[in-house]
Design a protein around this ligand. Structure first.
Ligand SMILES: Cc1cc(NC(=O)CCC(=O)O)nc(C)c1Br
Ligand SMILES: [Fe+3]
Length: 264
């Protein structure tokens, strides 16, 4: 996978930006995923990490979902079935106070995604029309051995086509800290094991092409995720939801009105 070095963002050289985008286009067409190292450079990466740490320490994150304890040799007091916290998350729109660096990151990712979506000869990426995204989901794995089960981000055409994840973990060594993102691109038998390294940005198709899991992490593990929508798939998903809504509402109204009639 073309590990493009993108810390040009500081030097702003146009040529390397084009090369980066070309690498991502090739990777997405060939593998359905792309890994970009040194996306923003040390200085900017640290500003984002410090901002996320202060959010986390301010208790701004929602408690992660409860998961069964993974430790087979759990100490006698904590029986095997006890629950531990999974990843904790906080949704960031970007213009809130104290989130200016996360906002800068999402702007940088936006410009890359919009660029690769409109460049010539961009293959599969040319099939999509990306005009909007979710807010940024800042996630922290507390490092108590929590993991994230194998799943697909968008299994039922909710409109999300690209998952972008930015990692903030300095000197991450998976041999001692685990926390590998394992993607199983389908169809196929390959497995991509991706370490959540500092200033690393990854992209992958959000749908069933990329089931993925996070292996147990034994050190605090930060990641920032944004999902990009394809305009057509998104509109169709919203229309289905509206239709479903009106059916349910009519069902409720008719059942209550019948109920009402009977009670008279
Ligand atoms: C809340 C939520 C989190 C994630 N995160 C990952 O897959 C982990 C990626 C990584 O941190 O390497 N995915 C979904 C579909 C939901 Br929903
Ligand atoms: Fe996911």
């Amino acid at each position: 996978i073309g590990l493009a070095d993108a810390s040009f963002m500081g030097s702003g050289s146009e040529r390397r930006y084009e090369d980066l985008c070309r690498n991502i286009i090739n990777d997405m067409n060939q593998y359905g995923l792309s890994v970009v190292d040194d996306f923003l450079g040390m200085e900017t990466g640290l500003k984002i990490l410090n901002e996320v740490r202060s959010m986390y320490n301010a208790g701004a994150f929602h408690d992660g979902q409860l998961v069964h304890n993974q430790k087979p040799d759990a100490p006698s007091s904590a029986v095997r079935g006890d629950k531990i916290r999974g990843d904790k998350i906080k949704w960031v729109g970007g213009n809130e106070p104290g989130c200016s660096n996360v906002w800068y990151l999402t702007n940088q990712i936006d410009s890359v995604v919009y660029r690769v979506n409109t460049m010539k000869d961009n293959g599969i990426l040319g099939n999509y029309h990306i005009r909007e995204r979710t807010r940024a989901m800042v996630a922290c794995y507390p490092g108590s051995g929590t993991h994230y089960v194998m799943h697909v981000d968008n299994p039922n055409k909710d409109g999300r086509v690209i998952t972008a994840i930015y990692y903030l973990n300095i000197n991450w060594d998976a041999r001692e800290s685990g926390g590998i993102l394992r993607i199983r691109p389908t169809p196929g038998t390959t497995v991509a094991d991706i370490e959540p390294k500092f200033d690393r940005l990854i992209f992958f198709w959000s749908d069933i092409r990329n089931p993925h899991e996070v292996q147990p992490a034994h050190r605090t593990r930060y990641a920032i995720t944004v999902w990009y929508f394809d305009a057509k798939e998104r509109e169709e998903a919203l229309n289905r939801a509206k239709l479903e809504n009106s059916r349910t509402n009519n069902a409720i109204i008719s059942s209550t009105s019948q109920g009402h009639a009977q009670s008279q």
